[in-house]
Design a protein around this ligand. Structure first.
Ligand code: SAM
Length: 292
């Protein structure tokens, strides 16, 4: 057995050995609580029959736990300085592949195909860099990767938005964009004291499970996401006012919107945040069907 990377003393030792200065701009807050890592891996329910993609391995704190539990681990790390560190800290594991690339620019499907030897269920497990949590989530969701589950750590506030239900403050276009593809729930909260250096806010582990089919049936996905984004642009305004701001105020447009709202049985005086995914889908489909 090897000493865990994620203890405060070993992390300090590694950072010192490499003279490594943490970069705030890359969201480098490293986990130094072995218990939390064990809980993350437990929540991910890994086995020899799962492959894992990790975003941002850092010095390998989470990576080594993944390597011990999964078949193969593929990790994307943007910071070139960490590559030699990882080669050292992860040397006991032969099932880890580190790719020195910005995950947002990586061709995930090709790299995954080149890396994974077996076609096994795929999970994403990561302690995400907070400055780009949402872009990374959207990049992964929109990629063609066959991801079954995502167990990811992020700021608690973003986790709340992703898992929010209608008519709550946190509910918005991000909730809809994620819940359209995945079932979302917060697994547990992680205090900021579990990191070096400590971030300003607490974190949460969110668990997302891919739905067999999207949560609602829509005839035009692009326009559905446009509609949901537009409905929340001015949260305090009514749905009607947000629709006019997004689609225009011409008479013909007003007539189209009025008919679609009636068809979908949605009161234009409601606020966007009160509409369920199903209601947004109904409205989107009505708008599509009534297009001239
Ligand atoms: N997994 C480690 C842990 O839990 O201690 C480190 C997590 S740290 C919050 C985020 C990591 O993501 C850092 O190592 C950072 O360099 C890396 N990172 C930041 N932006 C990235 C990007 N666009 N693509 C890949 N990795 C990135």
């Amino acid at each position: 057995e090897y000493k865990d990377i994620a203890t405060p003393s070993r992390t300090k030792e590694i950072l010192k050995q490499y003279g490594f200065a943490l970069k705030k701009s890359l969201g480098q807050n490293f986990l130094t609580e072995p218990n939390i890592l064990r809980n993350i891996v437990a929540a991910a329910e890994l086995s020899e029959a799962t492959n894992v993609i990790e975003v941002g391995p850092g010095i390998g704190a989470l990576t080594e736990h993944l390597a011990r539990s999964a078949k193969q681990v593929l990790a994307f790390e943007i910071d070139g300085r960490l590559i030699e560190v990882l080669a050292d800290t992860l040397s006991p594991y032969d099932n880890v592949t580190i790719v020195n690339e910005d995950v947002l620019k990586a061709d995930l499907v090709t790299v995954a195909k080149e890396t994974f030897q077996e076609d096994l269920p795929l999970k994403v497990v990561a302690n995400l860099p907070y400055y780009i949590t949402t872009p990374i989530m959207m990049h992964l969701l929109k990629s063609e990767l066959p991801i079954n589950e995502m167990i990811v750590m992020m700021q608690k506030e973003v986790a709340d938005r992703i898992s929010a239900k209608p008519s709550t403050k946190a509910y918005g276009s991000l909730s809809i964009a994620v819940q359209y593809y995945m079932e979302a729930s917060v697994a547990f909260i992680v205090p900021k004291t579990a990191f070096v250096p400590q971030p300003n806010v607490d974190s949460a582990i969110i668990k997302l499970t891919k739905r067999a089919t999207p949560a609602v049936e829509v005839t035009n996905e692009v326009n559905f996401f446009k509609l949901t984004k537009g409905a929340f642009l001015q949260r305090r305004k009514t749905l009607w006012n947000n629709l006019l701001a997004n689609y225009g105020k011409e008479e013909a447009t007003k007539e189209w919107l009025t008919k679609a709202l009636a068809l979908a049985e949605i009161d234009p005086k409601r606020r966007g945040e009160t509409l369920s995914l199903q209601e947004f889908a109904d409205l989107s489909n009505a708008l599509e069907s009534l297009k001239q």
